[in-house]
Design a protein around this ligand. Sequence first.
Ligand code: SF4
Length: 421
Amino acid sequence: MPQTLVLETNHTGLAKMIMTMRGDKQLDILFRNNTWSADHRHVAEKIAGGRRISPDEGLFLYEHGELAYVGALANLVRERKNGDITFFNRNFHIEPTNLCVYDCKFCSYSRLIKQRSDAGAWAYSMDEMMDMVRRYDGQPVTEVHIVGGVLPQYDLPFYQEFFQKIKAHRPDLHIKALTPVEYHYMFKKARVSYETGMRLMKEAGLGSLPGGGAEIFHPEIREQIAADKCTGDQWLQIHEIWHKMGGRSNATILYGHIEQFQHRIDHMEQLRQLQDKTRGFQTFIPLKFRNQDNQMRHVPESTAIEDLRNYAISRIYLDNFDHIKAYWPMIGRSIAQMALAFGVDDIDGTIDDTTRIYSMAGAEEQTPVLSTQQLVELIRRVGRRPIERDTLYKVLHDFTDTVFEDEKEWRGYVDLPVIQP
Ligand code: SF4
């Protein structure tokens, strides 16, 4: 059943209410609902009062918080932090290779080295990747997002040279690149400490770290789905070192597979604690597990309702994160649009099909292309303000009232029963 239909049959009324009311009004209505238990009321009052909830209370939200309840509370937090603003940026992706020394069970993307002859494998040379960078010359992109498989030849000197070349060619382009999975492997191979390695990357031109490779930190789950790559502790350590050098980064969770709610809370609790120490995280990006063409294809995917609940609870739990991002190529434009009423204030970028990580896993968007105009319309049609940002959340342009020249030709793709503001 398509996701939108699930929403229509079960939750249209609730979703409409959340999408068309602002935080305090939603809460008034929900507080008048006297079917709430004392626990529901206690947790809601805590959140409405701006107080941090405990891990047990986070678990309570997952186990007993229905969609409208967590949605209204998350929207309140979202609007307190960011009002109606919905951020996006203009970026492109380079994925150097999908060959990988690791064998994560959920990965639909990697081709093991031994399968090098596989038709679906690629490994770009430095020159090929510089050609990709040059393809965006003159275009208003502000960021290149680089991430891919882990391969010995893509080592520390390789990435130092690559980053230096990008910066020499286009100094204003922000390089958001590689995760602790790659860094841990590269630094070990180069026999340098995490501190030295991250300093060398910074000197070469690294601007910030994306949030990938986090999956689920808890070893009970991580060992079953991603046994041999860096541990959760190592992932957190590398981000902490980067933060202490003044760098900013993002964080993710891969949810909706074999983990339990307690593992999601454990994951977010570790991020919340590190953020209290460093304040270096910018945004949290929940990534939905997709089950196409991987070793976990027997595991069912989460529903759209669960996806929205997860965004909402993430927004509530991570009270020291400024932003929650929905990665639209993964969940589809409609659910991403809906997520703007469930705590999400960032909808990623106007990427094109330079990324294949999610389409190969069976994501909603098989050819993820969204022009600036389309992205702006997607945000405006649910009453939010589209703001273009750079990687570090500096406001570049407010598109709230922008009129596009070819506006009449724009064809909407909004297939949810959303109410116009
Ligand atoms: S998730 Fe990343 S590290 Fe794991 S197999 Fe895929 S590409 Fe390699």
